[in-house]
Design a protein around this ligand. Structure first.
Ligand code: NAP
Length: 485
């Protein structure tokens, strides 16, 4: 792979400040666009995961004693290095994950922005003084880092899902052991290279690559040294890990799946709603947890919306993410495409009509699926209840505000939601009634480091980003001083 800075192409795991081979050998990483093998990456054993945890425990003794200012400066350096190498990091990301390179660069900047944000927040981890309950008592609270944190991250944001966890953890004085997704370990290892250059002490950040996630996950969840697990991925695996963490009563942050409603009321600005729906649906070929999963359009505007929406969707250039102008790249693997084929077939069987797309893009582009719009969608279809995780937009028709709130909330998930409309009283009513951790109002783009990202219900708990993000990595301790006479 052609990189301006070849050192970013790391294939060894990163444990205790050193790049090391995997004791189980290697596993292949492929380019989803053409299936070519791009790297042989270290396959770590459970023993190596334990070594990484030990290294993190030793690193904690050093890192947690640094002043906030010193931690902040090293984090800031890491942020600057990520921006300096954004082109290379984006190219690497596209090659292993598939998303178009412009979008990959957006992810690098977005991921880096969390490092910048928490470099600043590191200096503001304040406690309180509390009026005492007796005249000779004084009470203060302090916030202390939880300790060693394990992080398990998915393939759909190979870089940003790491920085979103690692930045607040390190800012608060914790140390981390990360297991990136088997499909996309290269972005994680490139971040480790830059972390080494930024000057984090040995053991503060460790990356354990493996193609046996359950094995490494068990080591992390069973360890008494690991005090917290932060997981982003599917609800199914999140529940499993939650159970596994019960025996050691670990702190948990779970960023899980979603089934986002995208609601368009009759009084919406049509053009804005169409462009918001395209943005909220087709980013990363529909493979984000906050992608619009079900589009609900009020009857008075339904035909106009679907016509304009299908026309806008058709205009998107599809193909190899490394090619100029492509906005929808390949899906990540064959089974993801097959799942999408199943939900489209199910929708068609139940009366859905495909306005555009509905098939793979071409014989030579196996994992590229055409951006698809399905109208006349109904609640009996699997697209209503399943997280589609692909470039398929089912459009449902609704009559009243009450109906659409009931439909939107009829899911176990509660991550992102969106709606378009102008009536200000309704905007408040609907925003309050949606059972979701995040609500986009007249916008399809809601992610930013300055806001608390996270879900409710079976989409998990914990918040990443914003002033609240640090809370997930600190313990509050109160000190009660007696005898003040
Ligand atoms: P996944 O299958 O749950 O995998 C996520 C991570 O968990 C990967 O690193 C995976 O490793 C690991 N893993 C799998 N089985 C494990 C086990 N038994 N023990 C320990 N670790 C295990 O999810 P995915 O398909 O990669 O990602 C898509 C899902 O993530 C979607 O549901 C999406 O909504 C969700 N997501 C949520 C957010 C959010 O912020 N809420 C953000 C992005 C994605 P391997 O890949 O190596 O198998």
């Amino acid at each position: 792979m052609q990189l301006n800075y070849p050192k970013l192409f790391q294939t060894q795991a990163y444990i205790n400040g050193v790049f090391v081979d995997g004791d189980s050998g290697t596993f292949e990483v492929t380019n989803p666009y053409d299936g070519s093998v791009i790297a042989e990456v270290a396959d770590c054993t459970p023993q190596q995961a334990e070594q990484a945890i030990q290294a993190a425990a030793e690193g904690f003794k050093v890192w947690s004693k640094y002043t906030a200012g010193k931690r902040s400066r090293i984090l800031r350096k890491w942020y600057e290095l990520q921006l300096e190498h954004a082109d290379d990091l984006a190219r690497l990301l596209t090659t292993e994950q598939g998303k178009p390179v412009a979008e990959a660069k957006g992810e690098i900047r977005y991921g880096a922005s969390f490092v910048e944000w928490f470099a600043e927040e590191a200096k503001r981890i304040y406690g309180d003084t509390i009026p005492g309950h007796a005249s000779d008592k004084r009470i203060v609270t302090i916030k202390q880092p939880i300790g060693v944190v394990a992080a398990i991250t998915p393939w759909n944001f190979p870089s940003a899902m790491i920085t979103r966890k690692v930045a607040p953890a390190l800012a608060s004085g914790c140390t981390v052991v990360i297991k990136p997704a088997e499909l996309t370990p290269l972005s994680a290892l490139a971040l480790a290279q830059l972390a080494q250059e930024a000057g984090f002490p040995a053991g503060v950040l460790n990356i354990v690559t493996s193609n046996n996630a359950p094995e490494i996950g068990s080591v992390m969840t069973e360890s008494k040294i690991v005090r917290k697990l932060s997981f982003t991925g599917s609800t199914k695996i999140g529940k499993l890990l939650m159970r596994q963490c019960a025996d050691t009563v670990k702190r948990l942050s779970l960023e899980l799946g979603g089934n986002a409603p995208f609601i368009v009321f009759d009084d919406a600005d049509l053009e804005e709603a169409v462009s918001g729906a395209v943005a909220a649906k087709y980013r990363n070929a529909g493979q984000t947890c906050i992608c619009a999963n079900r589009i609900f359009v009020q009857s008075g505007i339904y035909d106009a919306f679907t016509e304009k929406f299908a026309a806008a969707v058709q205009k998107q250039k599809v193909g190899n993410g490394l090619d100029e102008g492509v906005v929808v790249g390949p899906m990540v693997e064959e089974k993801a495409v097959q799942f999408v084929e199943e939900v489209v077939a199910d929708a068609k069987n139940k009366g859905g009509k495909v306005l555009t797309g509905g098939q793979r893009h071409g014989a030579s582009e196996g994992l590229v699926y055409e951006p698809t719009v399905i109208i006349d969608a109904r609640v009996e279809m699997s697209v209503f209840s399943e997280e589609i995780f692909g470039p398929i937009a089912p459009v449902f028709k609704f009559e009243t505000e009450e109906d659409v709130i009931a439909l939107a909330n009829d899911t176990n998930y509660g991550l992102a939601s969106y709606f378009y409309g102008r009536d200000y009283a309704r905007i408040w009513r609907v925003a309050e009634a949606l059972e979701y951790g995040m609500v986009g109002i007249n916008t399809g783009m809601i992610s930013t480091a300055v806001a608390p990202f996270g879900g409710i219900k079976e989409s998990g708990f914990g918040r990443e980003g914003s002033k609240y993000g640090i809370d997930d990595y600190v313990e509050i301790k109160y000190l009660c001083w007696g005898g003040v006479k």
